[in-house]
Ligand binder design. Structure first.
Ligand SMILES: Nc1ncnc2c1ncn2[C@@H]1O[C@H](COP(=O)(O)OP(=O)(O)O)[C@@H](O)[C@H]1O
Ligand SMILES: [Mg+2]
Length: 257
């Protein structure tokens, strides 16, 4: 197995003194190549803070984040922007597409920023467009697309440079159930077929049931971990195990998720 990500005793504190919030309070885990890892936890448990630290959008207070054995907290700013651009893909809840660019231009944006060859880019675009079923809408602008289509365009943009790892923060959170189901199936397919490594925050147990392993966060710490047993456990059984776990994180009320 090839280790992609190694997180050791990560802490992120916001504020000071009486206003101190320990959003992350000692989180450690590893991610292997090809994993589809879910992160679940109730609102305010630290999920977005975790992803934002991993994506170097914010700086942790303490701890180590290694991608392919490189310690991110020790990189110079030029190396960091290289890392942000090439080694990670980020998929947000609210798509974050640029309104004045077409779908294709949005997807190819990381290519122009990171000087990849046009030919490779076109080939990759074609492959991703077919995976994500967006070939027919590449010339449209975001305002001309449905939410589900926008998120599949955003997924193609996150994957265009074939990053080491994709971070997805509630990628189905703004979608109706039909589009959420379609997106999650596409991500699962890309995980299977390309061995893409995906770390997804979600509070949707159906979306989480497509993952192979799930970390549950409570008050800034990992409280439980479950792994799907591929040889003997159906997705439905795994879904049930996730449902049973959820009340343990919220003190009994799964609507707090
Ligand atoms: N920029 C910030 N300044 C102060 N507190 C913050 C900030 N961002 C998040 N928090 C707090 O940190 C905790 C974790 O937040 P967050 O990571 O957004 O949780 P989640 O994504 O699981 O809902 C919450 O208590 C939240 O209020
Ligand atoms: Mg969040």
């Amino acid at each position: 197995m090839e280790r992609i990500l190694n997180v050791k005793d990560l802490k992120k504190y916001y504020g000071k003194n009486t206003n101190l919030t320990k959003a992350l309070d000692g989180v450690s885990f590893e991610v292997e190549k090809g994993e589809f890892l879910g992160i679940m936890g109730s609102s305010g448990s630290g999920k977005t803070t975790l992803l934002n630290c991993l994506a170097t959008i914010i700086k942790p207070t303490e701890g180590v984040i290694e991608i392919k054995n490189k310690d991110l907290t020790k990189l110079k700013s030029s190396e960091l922007s290289e890392y942000r651009g090439k080694e990670i893909g980020y998929l947000f809840q609210n798509f974050e597409l640029l309104d004045n660019l077409t779908a294709e231009e949005n997807i190819l944006l990381p290519i122009s920023l990171h000087k990849k060859s046009d030919l490779d880019a076109k080939r990759r675009l074609k492959l991703l467009a077919s995976y994500l079923d967006i070939s027919e809408i590449l010339n449209k602008f975001p305002s001309q697309m449905s939410g589900g289509q926008r998120q599949r365009i955003a997924a193609a943009r996150a994957l265009i440079l074939d990053p080491e790892i994709v971070f997805a923060d509630e990628p189905t959170g703004a979608l109706d159930s039909k589009n959420a189901d379609m997106l999650i199936r596409k991500l699962a397919q890309i995980n299977e077929e390309e061995n893409a490594t995906i770390l997804m925050v979600t509070h949707d147990p159906i979306a989480a049931s497509f993952c192979k392993r799930i970390l549950f966060i409570k008050d800034g710490k990992i409280s439980h971990e479950i792994k799907r047993n591929n040889s003997s456990e159906t997705q439905e059984d795994f879904y049930q195990r996730i449902l049973n776990m959820m009340p343990k994180l919220t003190g009994g009320n799964k609507n707090d998720f």
